[in-house]
Write a protein that binds this ligand. Structure first.
Ligand code: GRF
Length: 191
């Protein structure tokens, strides 16, 4: 089996990156992580990647005058590493239409809500404030609108009495770590 060459883009903790690292280490998983790219040099996910022996690269968005220039720099590094698919995993930058088009059909994201509900930030607090009985996560294709692409997989958790955004986020995150590797495997096995 030829494993798909994956880049994981992160900005922070990288617990979803860790879930993908662990999945890639299992037998018969159809992907290998060839690059972990961060826009923040202090992203803890970089430490996770280095511990796993993965190649890392930092491109700070602050070094670029425009979103397009930052995206072009990322694209160059991704292409130089012969990346075939991108997994966004807590990557906190909005991507330019050019970059999204460049990677159309080759870029997926995980979002901590049951899309189409609660695109954007503060998803858990918004779900609690709305009185929802359940929350969850979605893995979706990345398209031009933020958090709007076709859904690949979702997982649900209950919202419990007394939940805060933090307790709910922790419950959702457990599901994220199962859902992301499973969704990636699903789309690769269908290709
Ligand atoms: C996750 O909740 C993910 O769904 C969202 O940002 C968070 C990233 O967490 N996009 P981590 O960096 O993977 O730990």
């Amino acid at each position: 089996m030829k494993k798909k060459r994956i880049a994981v883009l992160i900005s922070g903790s990288g617990s979803n990156l860790q879930a993908l690292i662990d999945a890639c280490a299992t037998a018969d998983y159809p992907a290998q992580i060839v690059l972990v790219l961060a826009n923040k040099a202090d992203a803890y996910g970089l430490t996770r990647a280095q511990t796993a022996g993965l190649k890392t690269h930092v491109i700070s968005h602050k070094d670029f005058a425009t979103r397009e220039a930052f995206d072009a720099a990322m694209d160059a590094v991704l292409c130089a590493n012969e990346v075939e698919m991108i997994c966004l995993a807590g990557f906190m930058r909005v991507l330019s239409p050019w970059f999204v088009e460049q990677w159309r059909g080759k870029m997926i994201n995980i979002h901590p809500s049951l899309l189409p509900k609660y695109k954007g930030l503060h998803t858990h607090q918004r779900a609690i404030d709305a009185g929802d009985s359940e929350a969850g996560c979605s893995v979706h294709w990345v398209s031009a609108g933020v958090d709007e692409g076709e859904i690949i997989a979702q997982a649900r958790v209950p919202i419990l009495a007394g939940d805060t955004a933090e307790t709910l986020a922790a419950r959702v995150l457990v599901e994220e770590h199962k859902t992301y590797p499973a969704a990636l495997k699903k789309i690769l096995s269908e290709q």
